[in-house]
Design a binder for this molecule. Structure first.
Ligand code: DAH
Length: 357
């Protein structure tokens, strides 16, 4: 600066400190601003701090030492100040990162897809409700059964064709009482009668197994419900009244039911329960093969030999039983044509079947 002596000219060190203190008090709001400030003061080429040292040689020798010491002190203050600004900035940045990475509770939630109850479960629950209202209790039995419970106590003769390996899935055929996958829910009758004696009023829903080839109406694993009533003077009239009430509740009042004789080893007399065809209302169609009736359950009066096998005196007690397939009931209630749909696990099919009201 021409014409101005060192005494009257403003002290560059003091000036620089004043402006730095001002600036650093204001702080920086971004990394770019910080880097610019740092470069302006400390930049090796054009930085204001290195520039302070350039004039040293032009000073009179006696002033050099004092100037140099002050310039160094200023340099240290500025370096420290910038380091502090850097730390403050880094803290602000990491807080901002945490804030944006944290869960934003104001965002709408992502809906988790809820599963739906399987149609067979819906039908089972509906049937359980009906029977519970009629005073029955719900019984359960094992799916791995003994030959005794599945056949022998149910009065199947040893060489009865139902025992044939073509129908029955045996687990251990050679054992004294062979183990098998139960072929029906009727063994639960035996277990309950032996456990509780008479009187008795139970249903037993569950899974059953047969060595069937799969088609539209057959599956190797399917579901049944068994009903059993044992009391004094139980007759076919009680059976008829009960199946009428039950199928009326399940398929709607006015459902026609008829009972025609047939044979099962564990009932005498044995009966097929038939229901007026839901599809043609009795007029005759493909589903009912033109007869107007559909078989819906097996039934009968509990055979005296079965009562006896369970320690119940047939002179004193009598009973009726019936059993039906849940999967077929599901087909009829939900009106789908192929049993396989129930077991393929295709959620598009399974989830569209609403609870039955
Ligand atoms: N257990 C028979 C079946 O699986 C169905 C059945 C028939 C059950 C007559 C009964 C009955 O309780 O009395 O085919």
């Amino acid at each position: 600066m021409a014409g101005s002596g060192p005494v009257s000219s403003p002290d560059p060190i003091a000036q620089l400190l004043v402006s730095f203190r001002e600036e650093s008090a204001r702080g920086v709001s971004s990394r770019a601003e910080f880097e610019a400030l740092k470069g302006r003061y400390l930049g090796r080429e054009k930085g204001l701090v290195p520039a302070l040292f350039l004039g040293v040689r032009e000073l009179p020798p006696e002033e050099r030492a004092g100037y140099g010491a002050r310039a160094n002190a200023a340099k240290r203050e500025i370096e420290e100040g910038i380091a502090r600004l850097g730390e403050t900035l880094a803290r602000a940045e990491s807080e901002r990162r945490e804030r944006t990475a944290a869960v934003d509770v104001t965002l709408p939630g992502r809906r988790t897809r809820a599963g739906s109850l399987h149609p067979v479960t819906l039908v089972r629950r509906r049937i359980e409700e009906i029977f519970l209202r009629m005073g029955y209790s719900i019984a359960d039995g094992p799916e791995i059964e003994s030959d005794f419970h599945n056949f022998e106590a149910l009065n199947f003769p040893p060489e009865h064709p139902a025992r044939d390996a073509q129908d029955t899935l045996f687990l251990d055929r050679k054992a004294e009482s062979p183990l098998l996958l139960r072929t029906h829910t009727s063994p639960v009758q035996i277990r309950e009668m032996r456990k509780r004696g008479a009187p008795l009023k139970i249903i037993a829903p569950g899974r059953v197994y047969r060595n069937e080839s799969v088609d539209a109406t057959h599956q190797p694993v399917f579901h049944q419900v068994e009903a059993l009533v044992v009391d004094k003077e139980i007759s076919m009239a009680d059976l008829k009244g009960t199946v009428e009430a039950f199928f009326g509740a399940l398929f709607g009042a006015g459902t026609r039911v008829r009972i025609i004789p047939t044979f099962f080893p564990f009932v005498e007399p044995g009966a097929d329960v038939q229901m007026g065809c839901l599809f043609c209302n009795g007029a005759g169609c493909r589903t009912c093969k033109g007869s107007g009736w559909m078989e819906i359950a097996g039934a009968g009066e509990v055979h005296p030999a079965v009562l006896r096998a369970c320690g119940i005196d047939p002179e004193e007690w009598s009973g009726f039983a019936f059993g039906l397939g849940l999967d077929r009931v599901a087909m009829m209630l939900y009106e789908f044509p192929d049993l396989r749909l129930l077991f393929e696990g295709d959620e598009r099919f399974l989830s569209q079947l609403a609870p039955l009201s």
